[in-house]
Design a protein around this ligand. Structure first.
Ligand SMILES: NC(=O)c1ccc[n+]([C@@H]2O[C@H](COP(=O)([O-])OP(=O)(O)OC[C@H]3O[C@@H](n4cnc5c(N)ncnc54)[C@H](O)[C@@H]3O)[C@@H](O)[C@H]2O)c1
Length: 363
């Protein structure tokens, strides 16, 4: 895929997700109607943020930068408050625009700040990791963390546009690129079998940031997300079936690992183990075959993603998984596969099966 490709998302309102290279020329059109643009970014992207600021300035916008900490350190109430205060100081109005430039943590924060400032201003997301391109920046879920848990404070607030500029991935450390790729594999298991066969056939070419295949896989993963959120924007199960919750495949156990590891594990690495866990659970429940589970392991390990976890943390993991349960106010619920590409819910599995699946993923 060399030319740019636009996927329209029709959830809450219609917006484009544009995937390609050298896309920053699209930004002034998307900002049309605003007088001020605030770019929320982390230090590692300062050079890009400054280039965007200068470009927008030349286009007649008043533009300012809001630098925030890297990764999960950005998704806190004090950082959101710092951003709100800066918007206030700069006289940011309802017709102005926030740009989120960075990985999923930055785009989650930028979306949340945009959702809450003046009860909602436009946000344009410029994701710079694979994870943010295929997942965090698309679909309108925004949020921050608190001591009570990850992503428990937030809002649905769809972006005004999303620019996935593949050139941004050139500077991304390989382990961050790989971590995000776990979400591409996830979509292969839940929705699009051709993603899995392409990875099996092409191996490491899939994660070459300079190659066309990665851009094409990003496009297909974004298409799945666009289709899913168009039907079930708020994850209420609208449209029947599992709906948007399918995208949480591997996340119940994965979030528990992140919490137990105090968010030092990359999200995608935790989700990688989480997918193997829930595949083992489905096998124990008679929904997946042994070879389906082995395919999970083979695909993830082929690219160097983790598939096992420490064997002495069950109690901590189980109590961390209760946070997901608390968020929904019902029993512990997993998205499992009843056959590949067929996500279903499994509510309240037998605790003995939960523990047995853990035994199958311990190192
Ligand atoms: N809103 C949603 O629907 C949704 C979905 C999935 C994940 N998420 C959230 O996304 C977050 C994870 O996102 P992530 O994996 O992108 O991690 P991240 O945002 O923490 O970024 C990873 C690291 O890469 C750096 N970085 C980002 N872009 C770079 C670039 N181009 N070059 C060099 N360094 C760069 C960041 O500064 C950071 O240190 C989590 O907080 C997760 O909860 C949200």
């Amino acid at each position: 895929m060399t030319a740019s490709y636009t996927i329209p998302v029709t959830a809450e309102h219609e917006y484009p997700v544009i995937i390609g290279r050298g896309l920053l020329g699209e930004l002034p059109h998307l900002c049309a109607g605003a007088q001020r643009v605030a770019i929320i970014h982390s230090a590692v992207l300062t050079t890009s943020a400054e280039a965007i600021r200068d470009d927008l300035h030349d286009g007649g916008f008043e533009c300012f930068l809001i630098e925030v900490p890297a990764s999960e350190d950005a998704k806190t109430a004090p950082v959101a408050s710092f951003a709100w205060e800066t918007l206030g100081t700069c006289g940011f109005t309802r017709s102005d625009v926030i740009v989120g430039l960075g990985g999923g943590a930055t785009t989650d924060l930028a979306g949340f700040v945009a959702a809450t400032w003046l009860r909602g201003v436009k946000v344009i997301q410029i994701p710079t990791t694979v994870l943010a391109m295929v997942d965090a920046a698309v679909g309108g879920k925004t949020g921050i963390n608190s001591d009570a848990g990850k992503n428990l404070i937030g809002s649905f607030h769809s972006p005004h546009g999303v620019l996935c500029d593949m050139n941004a991935l050139d500077s991304l450390p390989p382990h961050d690129l790989l971590s995000g790729f776990a979400e591409v594999i996830k979509v292969g298991f839940t929705h699009d079998a051709s993603i899995l066969t392409d990875i099996e056939d092409r191996g490491e070419a899939c994660i070459d940031p300079g190659g066309d295949l990665l851009a094409d896989l990003v496009r297909r993963a974004v298409q799945v997300k666009a289709d899913v959120v168009a039907v079930d924007f708020k994850e209420t199960g609208e449209g029947g079936g599992v709906g948007r919750a399918a995208l949480n495949y591997g996340h119940t156990f994965g979030h528990a690992i992140e919490r137990v590891e105090s968010y030092r594990w990359r999200h995608g690495a935790a989700i990688s183990v989480g997918m193997v866990y829930v595949a083992e659970l489905a096998r124990l429940g008679g929904k997946l075959t042994e070879s389906d589970v082995q395919r999970h392991r083979d695909l993830l390990e082929q690219l160097g993603l983790p598939t096992t976890y420490a064997g002495d943390r069950w109690d901590q993991l189980l109590s961390a998984m209760q946070v997901d349960k608390k968020a929904r106010g019902s029993v512990l619920r997993f998205v499992i596969l009843n056959g590949l590409q067929n996500p279903v819910f499994w509510e309240g599995p037998d605790p003995a099966l939960l523990h047995a699946a853990y035994g199958a993923v311990t190192a």
